[in-house]
Ligand binder design. Structure first.
Ligand SMILES: Nc1ncnc2c1ncn2[C@@H]1O[C@H](COP(=O)(O)OP(=O)(O)O)[C@@H](O)[C@H]1O
Ligand SMILES: [Mg+2]
Length: 529
């Protein structure tokens, strides 16, 4: 079939008077650096010369391999592949292009340069996606941040793999065209048969609470631990649970998701972007509504925990962003692994160094860690005798460095539960009641930090601490005594104030009173010698 010639050729220009066969086509695509996108222009030039295709503009090997995929996909979709010299330029040239997502824009560029499709529908549109040899378009990671960037830059339409359309459609105002294969995309771009834009309705009521694996009401006794976890959830504070085996540390930590506050829509999108890049979004529910709870095993690799790899993927600490990172059996993680947590715990982001420069991922997680007090597990237990020597106990505890412990606001002992408590029929307070209190305290914080990037008391820096954590004379003298007795660092001092702020918020008190401060101090670790 002969197609009508396009009247508009703004994107395809013939150089004046040159060799009649030369063409330049431009297609817009997107690169990701960490969580941020950058617009990439894919230019395809055809000229006479030795047939072949070269890709320039700092492509990595996966982009180089595009050549083979694109050629096969174009031929197998029934199009003609030019017997010419093709030059593909990915601009800007100083930005490294990674991964297979440029297949689709390169293929569209070639079809455009060879006048097999028309430019009208290519203009002001974003193209991303990996091609199979048969021309079908495959799932590609990172679609959500790319769609967000396109929308910010005023691009009207995004052509994305059909599988990833629900994800792109989370961005309001962007027209999302789901692409299953190259030939149906081409008929759409030729204006012969349009593909329906994808529509995904994000109803606000969609965030129903899931059935939680464990409810706090099923945990017997341990009331002081539940209280500490409630405070932690209310203000986003880090927790270390220490106690003998079988005391319920893992059980308590795993009940945490049931009392975490709801995420705002903005937070949902933030978390979803990270999961999009990691390729971990469930296809049928593209928006992550619930705060993540990540519990990596202690054998996890360095890159698995902090992120990295050839195409940098977020690690567990970023997957736990706005949620919980649970490190069970903390000392087993090893010194080196734990030390890398120090920067993200302080800055709420993680910086990954690579040959091509550094990049950052968000990592604002709440750390919940659990450990036994000694190698045998029974140090300090009133019933079972500890078989470790004092030096063994000390060596074991020193596997967690002082600077790391300093960044944990709440240190809490989880003693064994007595038989009577464990066997009593009465259920404890339900998680939903605890969560209601947590939500109330968060609401106070939301109003406090309105218009800033801060979300909860745990995010406060020294300036906010000075502004919101004022204490009276009685409080000051209590803190002074505590600082001496517990040999607290300046950081610990600030952390106590933040924690006291949360406790006051939970109590609905505008001012930090002495009892709030006293409870916060009580969560500091005792001195270790
Ligand atoms: N306080 C508790 N209330 C109810 N069951 C408990 C409690 N503590 C422990 N258990 C039971 O013991 C099991 C082991 O607890 P776990 O949380 O794994 O202990 P730990 O991590 O401290 O070694 C739990 O799965 C649960 O069945
Ligand atoms: Mg355990």
């Amino acid at each position: 079939m002969r197609l009508p010639k396009s009247p508009q050729t703004s994107e395809v220009s013939k150089p004046p008077g040159g060799d009649g066969g030369a063409m330049l086509a431009r297609v817009t695509s997107c690169a990701l650096i960490g969580l941020d996108g950058a617009i990439v222009e894919v230019e395809v030039d055809t000229s006479r010369g030795l047939p072949g295709i070269i890709i320039v503009g700092l492509p990595d090997t996966a982009v180089q391999e595009s050549r083979e995929r694109v050629r096969a996909a174009i031929k197998n979709s029934g199009f003609f592949y030019p017997d010419k010299r093709l030059t593909v330029n990915l601009a800007p040239a100083d930005l490294r292009k990674e991964g297979p997502a440029y297949d689709l824009p390169i293929a569209v560029g070639i079809l455009l340069a060879t006048e097999q499709i028309w430019p009208q529908r290519v203009e002001n549109a974003l193209f991303v996606g990996e091609l199979s040899l048969d021309g079908s378009v495959r799932h590609t990671t990172g679609i959500l941040p790319m769609a967000a960037l396109a929308n910010e830059r005023g691009i009207r339409t995004a052509f994305v793999p059909a599988e990833d359309a629900p994800e792109a459609a989370l961005i309001h105002g962007l027209e999302v065209i789901p692409v299953t294969d190259l030939s149906s995309l081409a008929t759409h771009l030729q204006g012969l048969h349009s593909i329906e834009p994808y529509r995904y309705d994000l109803e606000p009521g969609a965030a129903k609470s899931p059935p939680y694996a464990v409810d706090f009401s099923h945990v017997k006794g341990q009331e002081h631990v539940k209280r500490a976890l409630e405070v932690a959830a209310a203000g986003g504070h880090n927790v270390l649970l220490t106690g003998p085996p079988g005391a319920g540390k893992t059980l308590l930590a795993r009940s945490m998701p049931s009392i975490l506050p709801q995420m705002t829509t903005e937070e949902c999108l933030e978390v979803t972007k990270i999961y999009s890049i990691a390729g971990l979004l469930p296809p049928e529910t593209p928006l992550i509504h619930h705060r993540p709870f990540r519990a990596p095993h202690h054998t996890i690799s360095h890159a698995g925990l902090v992120g990295g790899g050839q195409w940098p993927r977020p690690g567990e600490i970023s997957l736990g962003h706005r949620g919980v990172l649970f490190l069970d059996e903390l000392p087993e993680f090893g010194m080196r692994t734990l030390e890398v947590l120090r920067q993200p715990l302080e800055d709420k982001i993680v910086t990954i160094s690579r040959a091509q420069g550094t990049l950052t991922f968000p990592a604002n997680f709440m750390l919940i860690a659990a450990m036994n007090p000694c190698p045998c597990g029974y140090f300090g237990d009133p019933v079972k005798e500890c078989t470790c020597s004092l030096s063994m106990v000390s060596r074991y505890q020193k596997r967690i460095s002082g600077p790391l412990l300093d960044r944990i606001d709440i240190h809490i002992d989880v003693p064994r539960v007595e038989y009577d408590k464990l066997t009593e029929d009465r259920l404890g307070e339900k998680s939903e009641h605890i969560r209601a209190r947590v939500e109330r305290a968060r609401e106070v914080q939301r109003r406090r930090f309105e218009g800033t990037v801060l979300r909860c008391n745990g995010d406060m820096g020294p300036a906010e601490i000075r502004e919101y954590c004022g204490i009276d004379d009685a409080g000051r003298s209590l803190l002074k005594a505590a600082m001496q007795q517990l040999s607290m660092s300046a950081r610990a001092f600030h952390r106590v104030l933040k924690l006291a702020r949360t406790i006051a918020d939970l109590a609905g008190s505008e001012r930090i009173e002495t009892p709030h401060l006293a409870e916060a101090i009580q969560y500091r670790p005792r001195r270790r010698d």
